[in-house]
Ligand binder design. Structure first.
Ligand code: FEO
Length: 394
């Protein structure tokens, strides 16, 4: 148990081995943590629990450090199993403990565990006096589940923000200011791009709403990764930026290739962009981690996506990234498609259509090459990059 602030302790579990999250959807190369917190006031309050694969270890910590009989209240800010899994074991021993969660939290906990525990539904502004401190609840609907909320501890002024402001990161310290700053920020934007990006309009609104509460936030303690202690509002400011048509100005050229024809086209397009002063990165999607790749797309101003045609469509890694781009509902980005083919040549047309359907502003007709590009066709790809650069600057 690590002290976070006066009478508040980190009780969670650092998962050093985790390499995938949400099944195998999200890569977590630096592990993760499930940050459960304990507030020791006149009342003893447990805020969020951990995922059930870690139940035995967590229950031992809980018993040794707190004593399950001593818990007065449980707060579940969000009922996804990585934070609610061990409720089952706790409530088997203490079915009387009141569980404070949102109205939607009651519904989702019931539907997941089929138990009718002692729920107390709360909403923004509701408070719970626990002695010296008072807890205030803040609704965070759809950031990122319907039930999500945060708990603000008045007194030490700690915002227990659950998934919001978190990162999938297991570190030597639980505090951001004692960790590699680059790694914390990289994991924070990867978390945002992969988990929260589809909800950016809501996030923008919610951040304004939370700031309007004028909470004197001195620390933000999320449910994954590092606690923001040194400058806690820095991550709030970043969330405001990331949820406001964010990009870092460059173009991601994403391709998959069989005999390097599409790869050669990608290289020529990159040179065309460069000749107009536009920076780009090239990614072979079949060699790229999909979660890192969607983070790059999130950071890009433009995306140019290409594949050769196989079985009347793009290669499977391109089909996968197109599905991700569509699901993430990225705003204010421009795109174009390209590809090589042998006879039928559908891939680049399908990518073009899918970019449009994903809400990307497709600024040019796709460019394609039959079999291998010759010098004239590579020149056309170069010009394609220059033309795309012109649209990007508009
Ligand atoms: Fe960390 Fe949405 O659960």
């Amino acid at each position: 148990m690590i002290q976070v602030k006066d009478q508040i302790y980190h009780l969670g579990f650092r998962d050093w081995e985790l390499r995938n999250f949400h099944g195998h959807e999200l890569s977590t190369f630096h592990g993760s943590s499930y940050n459960s917190y304990l507030i020791k006031d006149e009342k003893t309050v447990l805020v969020d629990a951990v995922w059930s694969p870690h139940s035995d270890e967590y229950m031992n910590i809980l018993e040794e450090e707190v004593g399950i009989d001593n818990i007065d209240y449980i707060i579940i800010n969000h009922s996804e199993p990585d934070h609610s899994g061990t409720l089952v074991e706790i409530m088997e021993l203490r079915p009387d403990i009141p569980i404070y969660c949102s109205v939607k939290g009651v519904e989702t906990i019931r539907k997941q565990y089929h138990k009718d525990w002692n729920f107390r539904a709360v909403k923004t502004g509701d408070t719970l006096n626990i002695g010296k401190y008072e807890l205030m609840f803040v609704d965070m609907t759809m950031i990122h589940w319907p039930d999500s909320m945060m708990t603000f501890v008045k007194g030490p002024n700690v915002l227990l923000s659950n998934d919001a402001f978190g990162q999938h990161l297991a570190g030597a310290s639980i505090f951001e200011d004692e960790l590699d700053e680059c790694m914390v920020w990289q994991e924070a934007i990867k978390y945002f791009a992969n988990i929260l990006a589809p909800f950016t309009p809501l996030i923008k609104k919610k951040i304004d709403e939370v700031l309007s509460l004028n909470l004197p936030i001195e620390m933000i303690a999320p449910s994954h990764g590092a606690i923001w202690r040194k400058n806690p509002l820095s991550i709030v400011e970043k969330y405001a930026q990331w949820s406001d048509n964010y990009n870092e100005g460059y173009v991601s050229i994403i391709y998959d290739t069989m005999y390097n024809a599409t790869k050669k086209m990608a290289g020529a397009i990159a040179k065309g962009l460069e000749s107009k002063g536009v920076k780009s990165k090239q990614f072979n999607s079949s060699l790229s981690d999909m979660s890192d790749l969607i983070t790059e797309v999130f950071k890009s101003k433009g995306m140019i996506i290409g594949s050769c045609t196989v079985n009347s469509g793009p290669l499977r890694s391109i089909a996968a990234i197109m599905a991700e781009i569509r699901g993430h509902k990225l705003k204010n980005k421009v795109g174009a498609a390209f590809g090589s083919y042998g006879w039928s040549g559908e891939a680049h047309k399908k990518i073009h259509k899918e970019l449009e359907e994903a809400g990307i502003k497709v600024v040019m007709e796709p460019i394609s090459v039959k079999y291998q590009p010759d010098d004239a066709e590579l020149d056309a790809c170069f010009q394609f990059g220059r033309d795309f650069a012109n649209y990007l600057k508009k």
